[in-house]
Write a protein that binds this ligand. Structure first.
Ligand code: GLU
Length: 309
């Protein structure tokens, strides 16, 4: 990625450019707690393979990681069930919005991939087979804290409660899954667990550190098998930005996962883990300026895996 001062200079320039943008997108408003987040926040953090970290902007302010938690639950589920998981969830991008019931109907109850909501609900359900919701959430939180080497990471109960109040689409997905025989637990139990892991709050700096294992750097021992890391990175590349994944590959070109909390976790395999947070979403539900920031970073640091120069 280049030396520290060069990265610092690039991040500074990106923050300056992003700070001047007029159209910052709109925060997710279907989850009340996210609707009022100040769209002037902006943070970037780069955690390089050797463990050094460069952060800029509001990198110490916690936010709701939302869908990025699906990367961690997938890692745990793959570790536990291995390839058996693929009997319950597909590995294909979806051209439907992230919470589409129509997409699930079309595929007779087998979600397209683990990152659309129905897929993530199935992954969460698979973790509940051997533990209560409380135990499962403790395991997820432990995994994230271990990956970040930081115990100061928590679940924001108010965000989880707020999503439960208005998560009607997710309830409809859970009931559909159950009707198709692809949910083993009661809808309330699985969704309660799902809403809570989506409500994990982290700072940009913590999130970048927690994603370092995906770049293949696993401090303190193997977190998950390299073969599963490859699968997750492949899925992040093809499905990490919902039906905007093609656009992300085109503009940035590295594995990444976005969340409606307006952050993105991006991975440069073997080299770095990068996060950006800029509240305000584009039409696909991805951070509008976060994507623009990563595009600039990819361009300047030559990160795209599709580049040949
Ligand atoms: N908790 C959110 C939901 O289920 C996650 C969506 C996202 O971050 O993309 O709608």
């Amino acid at each position: 990625m280049g030396d520290k001062s060069r990265i610092e200079a690039i991040l500074g320039k990106i923050l300056e450019a992003v700070g001047q943008a007029d159209d910052r997108g709109r925060p997710a408003d279907y989850i009340e707690q996210l609707a009022y987040v100040d769209t002037r926040y902006c943070a970037l953090s780069v955690c390089v393979a050797n463990g050094s970290q460069i952060s800029a902007g509001d990198h110490a302010t916690p936010f709701s990681i939302q869908s990025i938690s699906k990367v961690f639950t997938l890692a745990i589920a793959l570790g536990r069930h291995g390839n058996q998981l693929w009997h319950r969830v597909g590995r294909e991008p979806s051209n439907y919005v992230f919470n589409s019931a129509q997409a699930l109907e079309t595929r007779a109850g087998i979600p397209a991939n683990p990152f659309v909501n129905s897929g993530a609900i199935v992954v969460t359900d698979s973790l509940l087979v051997s533990g209560s919701p409380r135990e499962t959430l403790a395991e997820i939180l432990h995994f994230v804290r271990y990956a970040a080497s930081d115990d100061d990471i928590f679940i924001d109960g108010a965000v989880a409660a707020s999503e439960k109040r208005t998560g009607h689409k997710n309830f409809s997905l859970a009931h559909l899954l159950r009707a198709y025989g692809n949910l083993t637990q009661e809808c309330d139990e699985t969704l309660g667990t799902y809403f809570h892991h989506c409500a994990i709050a982290m700072t940009c700096a913590q999130l970048a550190r927690s994603g370092r294992f995906l770049a293949g750097v696993q401090p303190g021992g193997t977190v998950i098998a390299p073969t599963h890391l490859r699968s997750i990175n492949a899925l992040m590349s093809t499905c990490g930005h919902y039906n905007g994944s093609g656009e992300f590959a085109f503009r940035v070109g590295i594995p990444a996962k976005s969340g409606v909390g307006s952050s993105i976790l991006a991975i440069v395999p073997r080299r770095a883990s990068i996060t950006v947070w800029s509240p305000g979403l584009d039409d696909y539900g991805n951070s509008k300026l976060g994507l623009a920031a990563l595009e600039m970073l990819s361009e300047r640091a030559k990160l795209s895996m599709f580049a040949v120069d």
